[in-house]
Design a protein around this ligand. Structure first.
Ligand SMILES: Nc1nc2c(ncn2[C@@H]2O[C@H](COP(=O)(O)OP(=O)(O)OP(=O)(O)O)[C@@H](O)[C@H]2O)c(=O)[nH]1
Ligand SMILES: [Mg+2]
Length: 523
């Protein structure tokens, strides 16, 4: 009898301990004093509190993972300067306008720094001393009529007056950004820290993080004052015919470079300047590393929907860091700028379009992306148009283009094998891409049927599971019927100049709707 009772006690103890491990760990020892008991109970309560916190955090992680699973997860890919972050900004403008509004002030400083960066480019250019060319700023060695020429004096004076702007740029970079020196571009590390250093605050930003130090604040104010004081000289420098000639001689098209604001000096250098949506989309900040953005849609149609958008650095050296993000993405938006006459910054021997094609091919062949929707944007159509209009010949860069007319219609129409994209694929000997290009041509053709009857600046291709779907594909037709009784125009929205914002916002809205639908439809 005594033995059974002992066994029962042991069983109960085992059950209790399996139900509540604290009981075992904090069981009262024999002969416990009152002090020891108080300490033991306190330790038990502390342990239970920590345990509850761990449980709550596990629950929270579970909720976040579940939310993520149901969200639309998009990965932005493409070479550097292809426009990935610009697309992200368009997502933010289209779906989280209120949140975006709060960041407007941050972008004002970035745009002002972009403007100074262009001024630096111009000053460097006119100050360049080439072995065979006389600098515009340096007086010639041999006495002659250039020595005191109004041209030299004028530019020399402008250079002097604008020099403080350049040191201000360096100060800014030292205080606010990852790299202390004077970089060619503003370059930031991941996270919102750089925004908070420019005064942006959201619920995730600590008070300490977002409060500008006095030094930062005074640099910000100095920047505004200095810009206003330099406004006229910047305009003089930019509009000067010798500056323009120098740019022309070196075949530099500053208007097509990222973060170009020299045509808006009057507006941007004014102390009351408030950036427009279009300014913000045009602003240039180079992405360093990989950054995930969580957007909770504020707009009526999609209110409450979650988007996780991963933006990456497009530099060749950074592309290996994309891979870990492949298997978590439902869709990839691949950006391929149509800049057939430009080379990569990191390798001046590689043509940008050629690099895009190779990258596109790699993405399409990657097994990790077998279940991912891949969408390609051919952007920078406005630059393509300007480049062709300025007389740059496609055949110089794509010999197989032959003597087809050098205009946008012929280059992008693609209804014959001479069109730019198939030509490029064949001239670069991309047999695989050739097939893709044929479909691209179908879509390019389709995209020209826009509401306004005019040409689109952005093109999109829908691919599913590595296979590109031509528009005649039953799945696409089904999807289109589901989405709207009319043919979808989401891949074709017109803009006359570089109003990327409205264009992309519409395009991107369409894509997101499509993505949401496609996830639901499981195509
Ligand atoms: N003219 C023109 N500019 C564009 C277009 N799309 C993007 N841009 C500009 O191109 C510049 C570079 O774009 P980003 O979005 O910063 O490029 P990115 O791909 O994020 O580059 P990294 O962060 O370096 O990988 C920005 O100033 C954009 O405003 C377009 O269709 N036309
Ligand atoms: Mg970027």
């Amino acid at each position: 009898m005594v033995a059974i009772l002992k066994l029962k006690q042991k069983q109960r103890a085992t059950m209790e301990s399996s139900e509540n491990p604290f009981i075992v760990a904090f069981r009262a020892p024999a002969n416990e004093t009152e002090d020891e008991r108080i300490r033991r109970v306190r330790a038990l309560q502390d342990a239970q509190r920590v345990s509850r916190q761990i449980d709550e955090s596990l629950q929270e992680t579970k909720r976040i993972l579940e939310r993520r699973r149901r969200a639309t997860r998009i990965l932005l890919l493409g070479q550097a300067e292809s426009g990935k972050s610009a697309v992200l900004k368009n997502f933010q403008l289209a779906f989280t306008p209120q949140q975006f509004q709060k960041e407007r002030d941050v972008w004002r400083t970035i745009i002002q720094l972009n403007l100074i960066s262009s001024v630096r480019t111009l000053l460097n250019l006119i100050n360049e001393v080439e072995p065979n060319a006389q600098s515009l700023l340096t007086p010639p060695q041999t006495p002659g009529n250039h020595l005191n020429s109004p041209l030299n004096n004028k530019l020399r004076r402008i250079h002097l007056v604008l020099s403080p702007l350049l040191s201000m740029e360096t100060d800014f970079n030292k205080i606010l950004f990852a790299n202390g020196g004077s970089p060619r571009e503003i370059r930031v590390t991941t996270g919102n820290t750089w925004k908070s250093k420019l005064g942006f605050r959201d619920s995730a930003t600590s008070q300490q993080e977002s409060e500008l130090t006095n030094a930062q604040n005074s640099i910000k104010n100095n920047l505004i004052q200095l810009l206003e004081a330099s406004k006229d000289n910047i305009e003089l420098l930019w509009k000067d015919k010798d500056t323009q000639r120098a740019l022309e001689e070196r075949e530099i098209n500053l208007r097509d470079s990222p973060g170009f604001f020299l045509d808006d000096v009057d507006r941007i250098a004014s102390p009351s300047y408030q950036p427009t949506d279009s300014d913000i989309v045009r602003a240039r900040v180079r992405t360093d590393g990989v950054e995930e953005h969580h957007l909770v849609a504020e707009t009526a149609r999609l209110k409450g929907n979650d988007f996780y958008i991963t933006d990456v650095s497009g530099m060749r050296s950074a592309r290996h860091s994309w891979i870990p993000f492949f298997d978590d993405s439902q869709a990839i938006l691949f950006l391929a700028p149509l800049m057939f006459n430009q080379m990569l910054e990191e390798d001046p021997h590689v043509n940008r379009l050629e690099d895009s094609l190779l990258l596109w091919k790699e993405i399409c062949l990657n097994v990790l992306l077998a279940n991912c929707n891949i969408i390609i944007f051919f952007n920078k159509m406005d630059i393509l148009r300007r480049t062709l209009e300025s007389g740059v010949e496609v055949r110089k860069y794509v010999p197989s283009y032959g003597d087809a007319p050098n205009d946008v219609a012929s280059v992008t129409k693609c209804e014959h094998e001479r069109a730019l994209l198939p030509c490029l694929s064949s001239s670069f000997n991309l047999q695989l891409s050739w097939k893709f290009m044929i479909w691209i041509t179908d879509l390019l053709h389709f995209s020209q049927i826009s509401k306004t009857g005019s040409r689109a600046t952005m093109f999109v291709i829908l691919c599913s599971q590595i296979r590109l779907l031509p528009l005649s594909d039953p799945k696409v037709c089904h999807l289109q019927r589901k989405l709207s009784p009319k043919p979808r125009t989401f891949i074709s929205h017109e803009t006359s100049a570089i109003d990327i914002n409205s264009t992309t916002a519409l395009v991107v809205t369409g894509i997101c709707l499509l993505l949401l639908e496609s996830v639901r439809l499981r195509i």
